[in-house]
Write a protein that binds this ligand. Structure first.
Ligand SMILES: *Cc1c(COP(=O)(O)O)cnc(C)c1O
Length: 393
């Protein structure tokens, strides 16, 4: 049995999306910038895809810029805002719980003398937008707050944050990569100036993303070259990926309510069972205000990596920390920022459900998990199995 519960790392390609993409790898291979019929055919498909994606977030097609994915969109939003700013001193506000695509871009910009302020989340992983009013200075050019966290799934108060920024003439960017599949996002209603998304997080292909840039927002270039994407993002247009992204988002929006309801029910049943039947387990992130498919748990007295490997042997794919941070043995910056102690942070596992997840799968996962935690605790020097208590927490 193979069970995939790592949909926040990436999702499988929807077969209908693959079908829509295939002709653009073969017969319809033209360069979308060419003037002949091959080029016009590709260009038409790209224009249609741009319209579909714009409509899904209530933007204009001319506000949609294709990129290579979420990471490039995040880099572009931040660096582009810095490059074009005429301020002598430049200041950006973001949060401690952003994805490395934002955090490491900030580290890079700090080397270029950009000042960065990192907002702390609450214990439950929520950013308080009211703090923004005190943090914004005359040098602040941009605020970037993620729509939904990729590790603990918390949904941030984007509309409130965007409103405060607009009132103070500060650009507002959101990394919505994790949110696109399950949340209704209306950039006009929310007052967003820039938004990053990535197709492979909503059952589309890898290597394609979008940066939405509201008309009138000034943004410098990240990639220099030809005149693609209205001269702002060079590189031959990847027609098959763009067609696939639009198809995937169209399906995601169409099936959103149905999928959310089903996944939410499975997710809540799983959380309830784990919290009531396995001792010393802690749910990270606000219970209500989170993505419907996210479960993030810390299992005291044992290592998250050991749980992950045992589940993998049983055919279950989960994540310890985020895909980007695992591999390094450091505890997750997101879990630590909640005030969780380092030992407990190391025992963290993320389960991210998807459209293919079934109730039978979750029953099996629960049973394997319970046995795994039990076995590992028997071997843990930190846990007195006979007494059922540990030496810390
Ligand atoms: C996956 C992810 C990214 C990176 O997107 P890629 O398309 O893989 O580069 C950025 N931000 C968040 C929140 C993500 O989950």
């Amino acid at each position: 049995m193979k069970i995939y519960l790592d949909n926040s790392a990436t999702t499988p390609l929807n077969p209908h999306v693959l079908e829509a993409m295939l002709p653009f790898f073969t017969d319809k291979f033209g360069n979308a910038s060419s003037i002949h019929s091959f080029g016009r055919e590709a260009n038409r498909a790209v224009s249609e895809a741009r319209e579909i994606i714009a409509e899904c977030i209530n933007a204009r097609p001319s506000e949609i810029y294709f990129t290579s994915g979420g990471t490039e969109s995040d880099n572009w939003a931040l660096k582009g805002a810095v490059y074009v700013s005429k301020n002598k001193y430049k200041h950006i506000i973001t949060t401690q719980i952003e994805h490395p695509a934002i955090l490491n871009t900030c580290t890079e910009l700090e080397k270029q003398n950009v000042e960065i302020t990192y907002m702390n989340p609450s214990k439950e992983g929520m950013i308080n937008p009211k703090e923004l009013s005190n943090l914004i200075t005359e040098n602040t050019i941009l605020t970037s707050i993620m729509f939904a966290n990729n590790e603990i799934g918390t949904l941030q108060p984007i509309k409130e944050a965007a409103t405060i920024c607009r009132e103070q003439s500060v650009l507002f960017h959101t990394d919505a990569v994790q949110a696109m599949d399950s949340q209704k996002i209306d950039v006009k209603e929310l007052g967003i100036d820039m938004l990053s998304m990535s197709a492979h997080k909503f059952y589309g292909p890898k290597g394609i993303g979008v940066l939405f840039v509201k008309t009138g927002s000034r943004l410098g270039k990240l990639i220099n070259g030809g005149e693609q994407e209205r001269g702002l993002r060079a590189g031959t247009t990847p027609t098959p990926l763009i067609v696939g992204m639009a198809k995937a988002l169209e399906i995601s929006v169409r099936d959103r309510e149905k999928n959310n309801q089903r996944i939410l029910r499975l997710r809540n049943m799983f959380i309830d069972r784990v919290l009531s039947e396995i001792p010393y387990v802690y749910l990270n992130g606000n219970r209500e205000n989170r993505l419907p498919n996210n479960v993030n748990l810390s299992f005291a007295f044992i290592e998250g990596e050991s749980v992950l490997m045992r589940l993998d042997l049983a055919g279950i794919a989960v994540s310890s920390g985020s895909a980007c941070a695992s591999g390094s043995l450091e505890a997750s910056h997101v879990i630590l920022s909640l005030g969780v102690k380092e030992e407990l942070a190391h025992s963290t596992i993320r389960f991210s459900l998807g459209v293919d997840t079934t109730e039978q799968q979750m029953d099996y996962v629960f049973n394997v998990l319970k046995k795994t935690v039990d076995d590992l605790r028997r071997m843990s020097p930190l846990y007195d199995y006979e007494k059922g208590i540990g030496s810390y927490v």
